[in-house]
Design a protein around this ligand. Structure first.
Ligand code: DX5
Ligand code: ZN
Length: 248
């Protein structure tokens, strides 16, 4: 597997102190910051958008190389992810991870009577190309109800620019921190790792010291943890232990 990457989710940070929370989390040993963007539509919760990302970005040094320490890993739990690529690039997002489900849903498909109305829907491959052309890494996320098989065509296509840099396998239903880890999702990670030894595979939801072993065994190398890090007495110790487990 590629190197372990620990990406604390700032969803569980103190939103009134986000800038310093981000800086402190990096000092405590985090590699990336996982930034959950929710629109109250794709998921039943809202967080914040590009203007807030712009402000907190200035509290953390930009990664020396894309994907390096300080990477802003923006998990876009939003409808119409193609609409926000340039805004998030300008805000300082380094990795734009959209949901497969959001990229394939189209107004025309849901409402045949409306099919003449152009919705400017983008295919996952086109969206990955667009993210890359705008200068960010691209990630693609799948919810628990989505089969991993939908990703094979996207991962195997002959156009390198249309292949994702990371796959995010959700291990909870997206929307909230602090939910119970769904081990039922780990076979997706195993299947991805078998086919792609060098792919960044991220897991998100319910990860902590009690669940990291299973996720690491399945082959995940990018570990998101919100409540387990921000709710800990010693967040640095949790970050170090998560890393140790993935690396062993
Ligand atoms: C859930 C978010 C997660 C969340 C994880 O929709 O995508 O990133 O912050 O929180 P924990 O680690 O507490 O499950
Ligand atoms: Zn997330």
């Amino acid at each position: 597997s590629p190197p372990a990457i620990i990406a604390p989710s700032i969803l569980s940070a103190d939103f009134a102190q986000l800038g310093s929370e981000c800086a402190t989390t990096i000092e405590r040993g985090a590699d990336w910051l996982h930034v959950d963007i929710m629109d109250g539509h794709f998921v039943p919760n809202m967080t914040f958008g590009a203007p807030v990302v712009t402000k907190i970005r200035s509290h953390v040094a930009k990664p020396a190389t894309p994907g390096g320490k300080g990477t802003f890993d923006c998990h876009m739990m939003i409808a119409e992810p193609q609409k926000w690529v340039s805004e998030f690039k300008s805000a300082g997002c380094d990795l734009y991870c959209f949901h497969y489900e959001a990229a394939i849903s189209s107004t025309a498909a849901k409402d045949p009577a409306n099919s003449s109305k152009t919705t400017a829907q983008t295919s996952p491959r086109e969206l990955i190309r667009y993210i890359h052309e705008s200068g960010m890494k691209a990630g693609i996320a799948i919810k628990p109800d989505t089969k991993v098989d939908v990703l094979w065509d996207i991962l195997e296509n002959e156009e390198e620019i249309e292949r994702p840099d990371m796959v995010l396998v959700m291990t909870v239903h997206p929307g909230f921190g602090g939910q119970k880890f769904m081990a039922s999702e780990l076979p997706k990670v195993t299947a991805l790792r078998q086919r792609y030894p060098d792919l960044n595979i991220e897991v998100d939801g319910g990860l902590g010291l009690g669940t990291i072993d299973q996720a690491a065994d399945a082959g995940a190398n990018v570990i998101v943890a919100g409540s387990a890090v921000f709710g800990a007495k010693d967040p640095a110790e949790v970050i170090a232990k998560l890393r140790e487990t993935v690396e062993k």
